[in-house]
Design a protein around this ligand. Structure first.
Ligand SMILES: [Zn+2]
Length: 424
């Protein structure tokens, strides 16, 4: 900008050479002064895992004015207002949970209801800085959801919009085809394109493809992915996977449930049409929930190289105190199942951001929003429970030490960012 000013004002005869030299001097000295920009928080000595930028080593992270200022070895602490010793911890982009139900309210059920939960109660203490609500609202009640939850939460709350006009209101209203309007759904998605990332089809017990086709139509008009939550007991899985597009997301991937066909056949082998769907670009989310993740499916799938693209928790009031605790618990399960940490972080951050077409999130690039999780790996004897109540033992558990949302500390388990009380 400054060099542009020099170019603009330098007209022969209008500016003398000494004035021009002075301007250049000011320009270069301002670059020099730029190095001295104040750092709000400096995370020192942590092991940074930032898969998008292929960083997997010890680095410092400087944060200023809510964004990432720099990620580099040995950043000077002389201009830092707060220094956090992150030695022994993993410093990663804030985690993204792509499948939650957070349209909490006082009604029965999920939409504006008591079965949903308030995101800040659960997320920040687990290193999660972004959640995506999985179609708890539809186009009719999205404004209520926005005002009541999205605008008031510290957690970034994004949303899939249910093709059912009022979202998850339960049977029969949620399955009323007459209230599945692709035009209105896509209009509201476009109106709130900074928050709404896709369409969802969830519960439908009929044999018609109309709800599915309308959800796809809304996704096509708004140019966003479709999340298939797939409580669709009559519609065959093969045709569902055939109809959905590259980039669409299938959740509850690793379970046996009465309302859908399992991805594995009776011999425990990934069905060929499931492999084909992945090849064409369909994304597969965990969607653990209270009933939708079973080690007996997830472990054989992993042994065949079929891994989840994201670790959606299907967080709601009844899932969070069962086998599933939060998304970090699901990541710990995969750590103990043998997935390497760098790969887990990749799927929980950048890969999920790509699924959501939100490439502004899930990384620590210079200038990106400073959403950060500082994680530790606890070692000991742990037990992990699936949605059938069955246990897998393990020796490592991920824990969130510190969570930073838009440059502010929002969770600090052991006070690593705090001053000693007697040295204040
Ligand atoms: Zn769900």
């Amino acid at each position: 900008m400054k060099s542009l000013i020099v170019t603009e004002i330098y007209k022969p005869g209008s500016v003398s050479i000494p004035v021009l030299l002075l301007l250049f001097f000011t320009f270069f000295s301002s670059i020099h002064t730029g190095k001295a920009q104040e750092i709000d928080i400096l995370l020192k000595g942590g092991h940074v895992i930032d898969p998008k930028n292929q960083i997997d080593r010890n680095m410092d992270v400087a944060i200023a004015e809510g964004i990432i200022l720099e990620v580099a070895p040995n950043i000077s602490a002389s201009n830092a207002n707060k220094i956090v010793d992150a030695t022994g911890f993993y410093v990663v982009p804030g985690l993204i949970d792509p499948h939650t139900h957070v349209f909490v309210g006082s009604r029965d059920g999920f939409a504006d209801g008591f079965s949903s939960v308030s995101p800040d109660d659960i997320t920040l203490k687990a290193g999660i800085t972004t959640v995506v609500d999985a179609g708890t609202s539809g186009w009719r009640n999205f404004p209520v959801f926005k005002k009541q939850v999205i605008d008031r939460s510290k957690t970034r709350v994004l949303s899939f919009l249910n093709i059912a006009g009022s979202g998850m209101t339960g049977f029969p209203s949620e399955e009323d085809i007459n209230d599945m309007d692709p035009r209105m759904t896509s209009l509201v998605i476009k109106q709130f394109s900074d928050i709404i990332v896709g369409v969802k089809i969830g519960h439908y017990r009929g044999s018609e493809w109309t709800p599915f086709d309308r959800a796809l139509e809304a996704g096509r008009i708004a140019n966003v992915p479709l999340l298939v939550e797939c409580h669709l007991p009559v519609l065959p899985l093969e045709e569902i996977l055939d109809r959905i597009r590259p980039g669409d997301i299938y959740t509850h991937s690793f379970c046996t449930a009465a309302d859908r066909m399992c991805l594995l056949d009776e011999e425990g082998i990934i069905r060929p049409f499931v492999q084909e769907a992945r090849k064409k670009g369909v994304r597969f989310d965990v969607g653990h929930g209270g009933a939708m993740f079973h080690f007996a499916i997830a472990i054989p799938a992993m042994e065949q190289g079929f891994l989840p693209d994201s670790f959606g928790s299907d967080l709601h009031r009844f899932s969070m105190n069962s086998g599933m605790k939060n998304m970090l618990d699901i990541m710990s399960k995969y750590l103990n199942m043998g997935m390497i940490l760098e790969d887990i972080i990749h799927r929980a951050t950048w890969n999920t951001a790509v699924s959501l077409q939100r490439e502004d999130l899930g990384h620590l690039s210079k200038g990106a929003v400073a959403d950060i999780a500082v994680l530790s790996i606890k070692k000991g004897n742990f037990g992990f429970i699936d949605a059938k109540g069955l246990k897998m033992t393990g020796d490592r558990r991920l824990e969130a030490e510190l969570t930073i949302r838009e440059g502010k500390v929002v969770w600090d388990l052991n006070g690593i960012s705090a001053k000693e009380w007697d040295k204040n």
